[in-house]
Design a protein around this ligand. Structure first.
Ligand code: C2E
Ligand code: CA
Ligand code: CA
Ligand code: CA
Length: 271
């Protein structure tokens, strides 16, 4: 009945109010976070299979909130997109990652995650932004990889395609992130010029022990499109064995190294 519905509403009201307030205060804090120096970029190694030699790093944003502590990017990036502060944050991550990587050639490729907001709102600026970050840091374009997810490709395909080609024209490479988690992953492989596909960790985790043949087929599918492939989220030796057996050439995951404020130990070149 209606009464019951109202009763339920009343029951949840205080919780809803609390979550709305929490969100509001988070919004205010997020707008000030950059100026307060609360952001930090962490780097997780990407290794060659099967040697485990470090071939690159992924830049992952961290927010050290003065009161709430560490807030994971999955929690605040969507909010940053919504309230329109993702662009300056992304620009900062990019500049930071390019600068530290430029100073350390031996750390290899540096991967930076792009956000949907960067892609859709001001396309021309994205290309200029990348161009400026490369110029300012002196990072060779060939060492920069930009990671994008399927959801960024949903709207305005022609414009996205033009942007991707312009980015590739700068000499940077493009990776499709979290491959397999969306609805039309295969379709996207045929339509967009990715250099690399990162197979999502949910596949690595379930397929490694349940269906290694599918793990291999995924790799071969991407290779058939002439794309490099990285297995994400490798946590155990057992998963790693399946990744090796399935013919993957690169892997990333806690087994090889967690995201850290510094590049993971890479032998320094002899002087
Ligand atoms: P992602 O791009 O798929 O990044 C990989 C995530 O998986 C990272 O989480 C990483 O810490 C985690 N991970 C790596 N290896 C393993 C493993 O072996 N096991 C498990 N369980 N997890 C592993 P993180 O750092 O919390 O980032 C979450 C997401 O937030 C990222 O997913 C990315 O979508 C987004 N993100 C992070 N930094 C940025 C950024 O600078 N800009 C944008 N736009 N998004 C970012
Ligand atoms: Ca990523
Ligand atoms: Ca991923
Ligand atoms: Ca992700």
């Amino acid at each position: 009945t209606k009464d019951e519905g109202r009763g339920h509403y009343r029951l949840f009201e205080p919780q809803m109010k609390a979550s709305v307030q929490r969100r509001r205060s988070l919004e205010v804090d997020l707008r000030r976070a950059a100026a307060n120096g609360e952001f930090e970029v962490y780097y997780q190694p990407v290794v060659a299979v099967p040697t485990r030699q470090v071939v690159g790093h992924e830049a992952l944003l961290r927010w050290h909130h003065p009161v709430r502590g560490r807030i994971p990017p999955d929690h605040f990036i969507p909010l940053a997109e919504e309230i329109g502060v993702i662009e300056p944050i992304s620009e900062w991550v990019l500049a930071q990652a390019c600068a530290v990587a430029a100073a350390r050639p031996e750390v290899g490729r540096i991967a930076v995650n792009l956000s949907a907001g960067q892609f859709t709102s001001r396309r021309t600026n994205l290309v200029q932004q990348i161009c400026a970050a490369l110029a300012a840091s002196g990072l060779p374009p060939g060492r920069l990889e930009l990671e994008i997810t399927e959801t960024m490709l949903l709207k305005d395909t022609d414009a996205v395609l033009a942007t991707l080609h312009a980015l590739k024209g700068l000499g940077v490479s493009i990776a499709m992130d979290d491959f397999g988690t969306g609805f039309s992953s295969l379709d996207y492989l045929t339509r967009f010029p990715f250099d690399r596909v990162k197979v999502d960790r949910s596949f690595i985790h379930t397929l490694a022990h349940e269906n290694p043949l599918v793990l291999r087929a995924l790799n071969e599918l991407c290779r058939a499109f002439s794309m490099h492939v990285t297995a994400e989220g490798v946590e155990t030796e057992q998963q790693y064995r399946a990744v090796i057996a399935s013919g993957y050439t690169e892997a990333q995951g806690f087994l090889f190294g967690r995201p850290e404020p510094r590049f993971s130990s890479v032998p320094r070149p002899p002087r």
